[in-house]
Write a protein that binds this ligand. Structure first.
Ligand code: ADP
Ligand code: MG
Length: 556
């Protein structure tokens, strides 16, 4: 038998505890959502393990989450009959920073030096949020495959140490007991608990129960208080917007409402349901660590949660999408390796991409305000799809918006279709310029001749634009060209004028070539300029200076 002992938290845990307890103060009620979400994960895990080992459910096959309060002991308890934890798991999961979300939270908070509740909501700070309302937390846990004698009791005041002890636990699963701080009595009211459960956890797929109150005390009678339905399995007509929003929040990682969603059922040789959401704000780590480990898209098979499978179900450029995919025909014992080469999954993935693009197109067409919000948050991520998804390149390009010499300032609102609609008769090129900033693009002397001729130029200044343009050479049959490259096609009158000008300038050009020597490949009279005396131009096959600089910065 392992002896009782006291251990120190990993240094980072102490740091997280400090940050969480201080920054979550105005949203302290989320501890309940976090603990219920852990309990629900534990039930999911047991249900999954029991496919191969049905005996794990023996005697107690109805997975559930019980929340109760004790007015005398001043405790709130969240108990589940899920998978539970062994001693080593308790140490690994709640004595160190097991949760990747928590680790990223810590990194982001230290990098930003600020603790913004909006950010916190996106990370899911998990178990440690218990210490926002409790000055002591006790965890009793027994793994489903271990005997009653191998229960674990973990306890801590959240200050730096925790104790561990082996105890006898008759039931499998985990109980988290919060010893409330002096001024947190509101959580001892069943009404408060109930309203928090329906607000944040209504669509958790297991019943969440509260004891009925009798003489100011919890009785032995329990009542399920959440909807506990797999929302996506209901017909759309029976689901309200509030239901969709509340389910979105129960997926975790966002306090805010979703911007839009798409819910579809495909019947046929292969049947599946998708419920996909676009958030209203980018998660903090979208452009940073977000690539390695993507959460938020859950794969279910016949309503059994299988795994987070964002990477298997969506391409990288749609990594902001959250939601659920429920497939009827995949084998329940599917592994990540199998998923990666599964043909059926390929089809589901293609369907998800199509649904999301349909949804974005619908926003662009019918809800311009929402589309603007979407584009601000995720436009640059979407641009990655131009390179990543050749099949949908044209559809994605159609959704892009840029600033333009005929647009409004730096606002990115001009589509390729807008541009084409304004093209002069005979114009067969979509002209653009790339630069480090909008001001540099808009003020470039390269634009003078285009302005003089009334030709619109798209002004691109996002870091990703140059890279994206490497994969986008034409749109709707029109070539895309950088104004800084090659020759501007001239009409006859212009050509004559330019030839004359060249003749007159001959001696000057010769002199300039001598002076500049190797530093330039040619000096020419140009039709590009109207006001500025000179500018640098690139040949068709040269790299834009902006891209050259990016590559140099990256060490190439
Ligand atoms: P996350 O849920 O994002 O992994 P948490 O801090 O909420 O992070 O939880 C840390 C880990 O502790 C979980 O990943 C899980 O392994 C374990 N854990 C927490 N609560 C429970 C529970 N009720 N049953 C089983 N394991 C749990
Ligand atoms: Mg959690």
């Amino acid at each position: 038998n392992a002896p009782a002992e006291t251990r120190k938290f990993e240094a980072e845990v102490a740091q997280v505890l400090h940050l969480v307890t201080h920054s979550l103060y105005s949203h302290k009620e989320i501890f309940l959502r976090e603990l219920i979400s852990n309990a629900s994960d534990a039930c999911d895990k047991l249900r999954f393990e029991s496919i191969a080992k049905p005996e794990l459910l023996a005697g107690d096959s109805e997975l559930r989450i019980d929340v109760s309060w004790d007015p005398e002991a001043r405790t709130v308890t969240v108990r589940d009959n899920g998978v539970g934890m062994g001693r080593d798991e308790v140490v690994a999961n709640i004595g160190t920073i097991a949760s990747s979300g928590t680790r990223r939270f810590l990194e982001a908070m230290s990098a930003e030096q600020k603790t913004d509740a909006r950010l916190i909501g996106q990370f899911g700070v998990g178990f440690y949020s218990a210490f926002v309302v409790a000055d002591r937390v006790t965890v009793l846990s027994r793994r489903a495959d271990l005997p009653a004698g191998e229960g674990v009791k973990w306890e801590s005041d959240g200050k730096g140490e925790y104790s561990l002890e082996q105890v006898e636990l008759a039931e499998r699963g985990t109980a988290v007991i919060l010893h409330l701080k002096a001024d947190e009595d509101e959580f001892l009211k069943p009404w408060t608990l109930k309203s928090l459960i329906t607000r944040y956890s209504d669509h958790v797929a297991f019943p969440i129960r509260l004891p009925l109150e009798k003489d100011g005390k919890p009785s032995d009678e329990w009542e399920a208080v959440n909807a506990a339905s797999a929302l996506w399995t209901k017909p759309k007509s029976e689901i309200s917007d509030e239901d969709y929003q509340s389910f979105y929040k129960s997926l975790g990682h966002d306090f805010n409402d979703a911007l839009a969603w798409t819910h579809n059922r495909v019947e046929g040789s292969q049947s599946f349901t998708t419920l996909l959401y676009i958030p209203s704000q980018p998660p903090f780590d979208l452009m940073m660590g977000g690539r390695d480990e993507r959460k938020g898209l859950k794969l279910y098979i016949k309503r059994v949660f299988i795994m987070d499978a964002a990477e298997e179900l969506l391409p990288n450029y749609l990594r902001f999408v959250r939601g659920v995919v429920d497939a009827d025909d995949l084998p329940l014992n599917v592994s990540r390796e199998i998923l990666q080469q599964n043909r059926q999954l390929e089809r589901i993935k293609a369907a998800c991409v199509k649904r999301v693009l349909d949804l974005i197109e619908k926003l662009a067409r019918d809800e311009p305000e929402k589309f603007t919000t979407f584009y601000k948050a995720f436009g640059n991520t979407l641009k990655e799809g131009i390179a990543e998804d050749a099949t949908n390149r044209e559809r994605i390009a159609k959704l892009l918006r840029f600033a333009s010499t005929k647009g409004e300032g730096s606002t990115q609102s001009v589509s390729f279709d807008d541009y084409i609609g304004r093209m002069a008769v005979g114009q067969d090129t979509i002209w653009y310029i790339t630069a480090d900033s909008h001001a540099a693009a808009a003020g470039s002397p390269q634009l003078e001749a285009f302005k003089a001729k009334g030709i619109e130029v798209l002004l691109m200044s996002d870091r990703i634009d140059e890279w994206m343009l490497g994969s986008l050479h034409e749109y709707a049959g029109k070539k895309l060209k950088n104004v800084a490259k090659g020759e501007l096609a001239l009409d006859e009158a212009d050509k004559k004028q330019q030839e004359e000008a060249s003749k007159v300038a001959e001696p000057l050009l010769k002199k300039l070539k001598e002076l500049l020597g190797d530093r330039v490949s040619d000096v020419r009279v140009s039709a590009r300029l109207t006001d500025s005396p000179s500018c640098l131009a690139l040949s068709d096959y040269e790299m834009a200076p902006h891209l050259a600089r990016l590559l140099r910065e990256a060490g190439h």
